[in-house]
Write a protein that binds this ligand. Structure first.
Ligand SMILES: *[C@@H]1O[C@H](CO)[C@@H](O)[C@H](O)[C@H]1NC(C)=O
Ligand SMILES: *[C@@H]1O[C@H](CO)[C@@H](O)[C@H](O)[C@H]1NC(C)=O
Ligand SMILES: *[C@@H]1O[C@H](CO)[C@@H](O)[C@H](O)[C@H]1NC(C)=O
Length: 980
């Protein structure tokens, strides 16, 4: 374990940002659904290192394909974590280097495919541990040589494919494989071998198939017994190889020899070779003229062996009129004349006495017509069962064209230009089982076209130009199982057009121009039809409530209705699928359906596969319960449907769903409880969905990353829509796990409360609040100033609070009388003593607290000034809090109580407080009155301010004198300020 960790460590480091995570989704691979994660494919990824591709695969993987990736290197121990691998394909990458220990621990590996890479060489110990390997392909690389001993431990190898490399040394190859006693197939095609010379070792006896095509062999050069065990020998496309090369070589086992495009003269070869000629491929050997063919035939005949297969393809044979096949031994199997230049083939005249041919092929020739063969002195070829004229240029087939071959079972006329098929062309083929007429230009089928084909099972008419199916066309095809009419122009099927097809199982009508599905057509198939393909027609429905044309198809298991042209089905009647209790697959893609009624799929209780991919117009509202009866559904494709909400109501009943393809939809989140209601879900594709990386999806993130059974396709490559650099699987979800609901409730409640109450307070309690605020501040600064007071005594005797309109009185009267005139009080005046640049409120607070008294000069203007109110407030606060009476009110003019009514806060204070009334300077009041006023004021300033005596040790400004504080006459209840 420690060593494993040691090995994996650099891996983890190399991966850097990518963390190793549990769960069941892979970075660059997809496990095939339904196979318990045993079959994994890592195809077409951008990752450049092997480690990045496979490091997160679980040990259970058995079958692994790594294709089409820019990987060039397989480091040691790459697969150490996958000890159960049996099939490994690392084909079509850019492999260049494979480290010696790359395949360590793969002792269970049976098949290794390294095809289509750039390997220039192999480490001699590379396959050391692959004791169970039976298949190895190194096809399409750049190998020049095989290291000696490379297969020394691969003792179970059966197939070795080295095709398409640059190998030159045959001797070395033989040496490396000579001990492999199970080796059967050795493919050395497309290399640079020039001969088969070898040292004293030989190929294992087990080798039966030796492929040496497309090399540069100019001779064989091997020992005479070297090929004695070979059954299939391919020497084709060794253009310099002469017949002489086979001189004396024992080829007695060879049953199939390919000599295409060599310099071998067949006549010469047959003279010297002892090969078994029962099957012989003489294609591409230049046998174009009749005399050569005759000679070959005579040589073959000399061996007294019948021929099972004779291939004469690719010999530029033009004319068969005097073709000398009659000189050949009896051909009992297949005769192949494909890829020649044949233009005419008149009723097998050339076959002459070869009446036992079973299979005849003349594909890829230039035939243009098949004439009638009903004539006198007709030779019948009653053994012929398979006849193929594929890939010719046949335009017309005359009546009774197959009269001479009455027993054919398989007739292939496909891929021609047949426009004219006589009504009687196929007459008499009563044993016909398979008829291929696809890819021609047929326009009409007649009642008698298929008259005799009682035994026909497969009829392929795909890709012709048939537009109408006339009545009774197929009436005798009572054994037909598969009828392919796809890719025609059928717009009409006449009533009774499909009558007689009482055993039809699969009907393909895709790619036609059908506009309706007539209920009457299908009653004939009631208990037989299993597949009905109506893809890409022009079917539309015009009523929601129709009698389902599929009503009686009780065995129907596959129904394709996808891609109706040009605008799609648009209307999908909710009754359409009534009664299809056996249906297993339903295709509805590309149909621009604008409404899927919730009861549409109600009867489809056997449905296993449903694809609605791109079925609907824009934003599809899947109705709750639409899938309610689909309890057997295992695969659902709902790609690109504009689904906005994935909900339990809609998807919750799919209790057997394994595969869900949701990609290319528009939901921003997927509720995890909806996914959790799909207990067997195994494969989930949510690519190209704008899932937000917000708390909405934090549970989804956890589900996708940690769910032990659900594979999310390429999860680690899903990006956040807001930020493409951010991955979905690891966006930050910490914030989501505080109780969001509670948090939101309280925040919202607080905000609402503030917005409701603030205006009220503003209206009702503006002043109160403002005062409260300043009171708090003054309390605060007072706590602070108490400390300061210890050090410095009060700066001022009195702070004069007045309104600027009363400034004249303050300057002319107050100042001279208190600061000058023998009494030397130190006064604080805002215009003179306030600190510049400091907040006015702070200045006021400071002034009140650094003065023993606060004298408020009350006038009507004063009452109108809010600052003055503040000063009173602060001063009275000191009264209440410190029990220190600092407030002196001086009324400059008579103020009535009601004038204070709107300043009720101040009024309250004033009602409790004593005040001095300025007598004025008019005639009514004598100057003595003013003198008295000043005296009273001076006394009041001097007076101690403590109402209740306490220890005088805490830095009081002035030692209080006595308790007698009533220094004025007043009308109010002075006791009210004696606070407890
Ligand atoms: C891999 O093989 C090596 C040597 O053959 C062995 O020491 C090691 O334990 C194996 N590791 C695993 C994970 O099986
Ligand atoms: C190996 O890979 C090549 C190239 O992709 C492919 O053609 C071939 O079929 C594969 N062989 C096997 C046995 O899988
Ligand atoms: C995350 O997912 C795992 C596995 O599905 C589950 O056990 C766990 O409770 C989930 N955690 C949260 C916070 O939802």
């Amino acid at each position: 374990m420690a060593s494993l960790m040691h090995l994996l460590l650099p891996v983890a480091v190399a991966l850097g940002a990518v963390q190793l995570i549990g769960g069941y989704s892979f970075n660059n691979c997809i496990a095939k659904p339904n196979l318990n994660g045993k079959n994994v494919q890592c195809v077409n990824r951008k990752a450049k290192t092997m480690v990045a591709i496979i490091k997160d695969l679980p040990p259970s993987v058995v079958n692994l394909t790594i294709s089409h990736n820019p990987v060039w290197h397989i480091p040691s121990n790459s697969f150490a974590h996958l000890p159960n691998l049996q099939y490994l394909s690392i084909d079509q990458n850019k492999l260049d280097v494979i480290d010696q220990l790359a395949f360590r621990n793969l002792s269970n590996l049976q098949s290794l495919n390294l095809s289509l890479n750039n390997l220039p060489q192999l480490n001699p110990l590379l396959f050391e541990n692959l004791n169970n390997l039976s298949f190895l392909s190194l096809m399409n690389n750049k190998l020049k040589e095989l290291p000696e001993g490379i297969f020394s431990n691969v003792l179970h190898l059966e197939t070795l494919v080295l095709r398409k490399n640059h190998l030159t040394n045959f001797s070395r190859i033989v040496k490396t494989v000579s001990h492999l006693k199970y080796l059967k197939v050795l493919d050395l095609g497309s290399n640079n071998l020039t001969s088969l010379s070898h040292s004293n070792v030989s190929l294992p006896k087990s080798v039966t198939n030796l492929y040496l095509c497309r090399n540069n062999l100019y001779t064989l050069g091997c020992t005479l017994s070297f090929l004695s065990g070979i059954v299939v020998l391919d020497l084709s496309y060794n253009s310099k190889l002469p017949a002489m090369a086979f001189h004396g070589v024992n080829m007695s086992s060879v049953k199939m020899l390919h000599l295409h495009s060599t310099s071998v003269n067949v006549v010469e070869f047959l003279k010297i070779s002892n090969m078994n000629t029962s099957s012989i491929d003489l294609s591409g050997t230049g046998l174009k003229n009749d005399s050569l063919v005759r000679e070959v035939c005579l040589l073959l005949k000399r061996r007294h062996i019948g021929i099972k297969k004779l291939e004469l393809g690719d010999n530029e044979i033009k004319n068969l009129t005097s073709f000398p096949l009659s000189y050949c031994p009896k051909i009992t199997g297949e005769l192949d004349l494909s890829r020649n230049h044949l233009k005419r083939m008149i009723c097998f005249n050339f076959l002459n006495r070869q009446k036992h041919v079973k299979t005849f092929k003349a594909e890829h020739n230039l035939l243009t017509s098949l004439p009638s063969c009903m004539r006198q002195n007709m030779v019948y070829f009653k053994s012929l069962e398979t006849l193929s004229y594929r890939y010719n240029r046949i335009i017309s087939v005359s009546s009774h064209a197959f009269y001479h071959t009455p027993n054919i079972k398989i007739l292939q006329l496909n891929i021609n230009n047949i426009a004219f098929l006589d009504r009687k062309a196929l007459k008499g083929l009563k044993r016909l089982e398979t008829l291929r007429l696809d890819n021609n230009l047929l326009t009409d089928l007649f009642k008698d076209t298929f008259e005799d084909h009682f035994n026909l099972e497969v009829l392929n008419l795909r890709n012709n130009r048939i537009s109408v199916i006339f009545k009774w066309t197929f009436q005798n095809l009572r054994n037909l199982k598969i009828l392919d009419l796809g890719g025609n122009k059928i717009s009409q099927i006449q009533p009774s057009g499909l009558d007689g097809l009482i055993n039809l199982s699969k009907l393909y009508l895709d790619g036609n121009n059908l506009k309706t599905i007539d209920t009457s057509f299908y009653h004939v198939f009631q208990d037989t039809l299993t597949v009905l393909d109506l893809q890409s027609n022009q079917i539309r429905f015009f009523t929601e409530n129709l009698n389902s044309p599929f009503m009686n198809l009780s065995k129907l298991s596959d129904l394709k209705l996808d891609g109706q042209r040009p605008y799609g089905l648009t209307l999908l009647p909710h009754t359409l699928f009534r009664g299809l209790y056996s249906l297993r697959s339903l295709y509805l893609t590309n149909n621009k359906i604008f409404h899927l009624a919730p009861e549409t799929f109600d009867d489809l209780t056997s449905l296993q596969f449903l694809t609605l991919d791109n079925c609907c117009v824009g934003v599809a509202q899947l109705q709750p319960g639409i899938f309610k009866n689909l309890r057997n559904l295992t695969k659902l494709v709902v790609e690109n449907m504009g689904i906005q909400n994935f909900s339990k109501d809609v998807f919750g009943n799919l209790t057997n769903l394994r595969i869900l393809q949701l990609n290319r939809n528009v939901m921003q989140s997927i509720p995890v409880d909806a996914l959790e209601s799909l207990p067997t879900l195994n494969y989930l594709d949510i690519r190209n969905i704008p899932l937000t990386c917000t708390c909405q999806n934090n549970l989804l993130q956890n589900y996708t990353v940690h769910h032990p059974n659900v594979q999310v396709v390429y999860l680690y490559h899903l990006r956040c829509p807001q930020n493409r650099n951010q991955s979905f699987y690891n966006f930050d979800t910490k914030v989501c796990y505080i109780d969001l609901g509670e948090y939101l409730f309280f925040t919202t409640a607080a905000v609402i409360f503030l917005f409701t109450v603030a205006p009220l307070l503003y209206v009702k309690l503006y002043w109160k609040m403002k005062y409260g605020y300043y009171v708090f501040r003054s309390w605060f600064s007072e706590q602070w100033s108490r400390i300061r007071e210890k050090e410095e005594n009060c700066k001022y005797d009195a702070f004069i609070s007045y309104n600027s309109s009363d400034e004249d009185w303050v300057m002319d009267q107050l100042l001279p009388n208190l600061e000058g005139n023998g009494s030397s009080f130190k006064l604080c005046l805002h215009h003179r003593d306030f600190e510049l640049g400091r907040d006015i409120v702070d200045n006021i607070v400071n002034a009140v607290y650094s003065s023993r008294k606060t004298i408020c000069v009350v006038s009507r203007s004063f009452l109108r000034s809010e600052w003055c109110s503040l000063e009173i407030q602060l001063a009275s606060y000191r009264l209440f809090d410190e029990h220190r009476d600092v407030l002196l009110l001086v009324f400059l003019e008579p103020i009535y109580e009601r004038q204070l009514s709107s300043y009720h806060r101040m009024r309250k204070v004033m009602l409790k407080k004593t005040y001095l009334q300025w007598p004025g300077s008019d005639c009514i009041n004598p100057p003595q009155a003013q003198e008295l006023f000043w005296n009273q004021l001076r006394r009041a300033i001097r007076t101690g301010s403590r109402l209740e005596r306490e220890e005088n040790d805490n830095g009081e400004c002035v030692a209080p004198e006595n308790k007698e504080t009533k220094y004025f006459e007043n009308d109010f209840d002075e006791n009210s300020y004696l606070l407890p």
